[in-house]
Design a protein around this ligand. Sequence first.
Ligand SMILES: Nc1ncnc2c1ncn2[C@@H]1O[C@H](COP(=O)(O)OP(=O)(O)OP(=O)(O)O)[C@@H](O)[C@H]1O
Ligand SMILES: [Mg+2]
Length: 227
Amino acid sequence: MPTIAIASPKGGSGKSTTAVILGTELAHAGAHVTMLDCDPNRSLSLWASRGEIPERIKVLSDISESEIIKTIKNHDQDGEIVIVDLEGVATRLMSRAISQADLVITPMRATTLDATVGARTLHLIQEEEEALGRPIPFAIVFTMTKAIRSKQHSGIDSSLRGQGVDIIQPDLMERTAFSSLFEFGGDLYSMPAQGNAKAAQDNASHFAQAVLKRLLDELSEPQGDQA
Ligand SMILES: Nc1ncnc2c1ncn2[C@@H]1O[C@H](COP(=O)(O)OP(=O)(O)OP(=O)(O)O)[C@@H](O)[C@H]1O
Ligand SMILES: [Mg+2]
C-alpha cells in the first residue's frame, strides 16, 4: 500500500501540519494510516501526545536513518497508508524515505524564497530516480495561503506549472484550526471549534481526496510502462 513522504529541505514550510491533516483526513475517510515521525524535533509525536490519537492511526516516533526502509516495508504491506514526516533539512534519511515513496509531497509557502528552497526537493527526487531507475511521483501543495492570491503566488504557480510540476489543488490555507491541531491533538472533527471549522474541514477533506486520487491513478497505471 502507498507510502507518502512529506519532504522539503525548507524548515517551517508546513510539512508536519500537512502530514497531520492528510493522515487524519484519510483515517476519517476509513483508511488505516501509519505515521512515521522522522524529525528529531518530534512534531508528529507532540501532536500524538496532545490528545487522543484518532481511530485507525498509528504513530511511530524516532525513526532513524538505519530503520526507515525496514519500517516502511513492514508497514506498507499491511494494507495501510504510510505517511512519513521529515526534518526540514536534506539528509540521507530524507533520501531514503523518498526512495520508498509512491508519492512525495512538498508543502511550500507561496513566496519566492520558500519556492526556491522547496524546489530543491526536485533534485533530491531526481537523484533517487536515477539510483532506482523508476519515476517517483511528486507534487507540491501551497500552504498557509490567503483567500486572495498574491501576485507572487500566481507567478510561482505558473512558473512551476510551466516546468511540469504537479500542484495539488486545493491549497492548504492559513487556518487557525490547522495550527490548533498541535494544541489539541486529535483531528479537525474532535477539537473545540477554531475559526471557521467547517471551512477547515472542507479544505482538508478536498486536499486529502486530491492526494488519494493521485495514489489511485498511480496504482491503476501499468507498472513498468511509464515514460
Ligand atoms: N495551513 C496552515 N495554517 C495555519 N498555520 C499553519 C499552517 N501550516 C503550518 N502552520 C504553522 O506554521 C508553522 C510551521 O508549520 P510546520 O511545523 O507544519 O512546518 P514544518 O515544515 O513541519 O517545520 P519543520 O521544518 O520545523 O519540521 C507552525 O507554527 C504551524 O502551526
Ligand atoms: Mg515538521
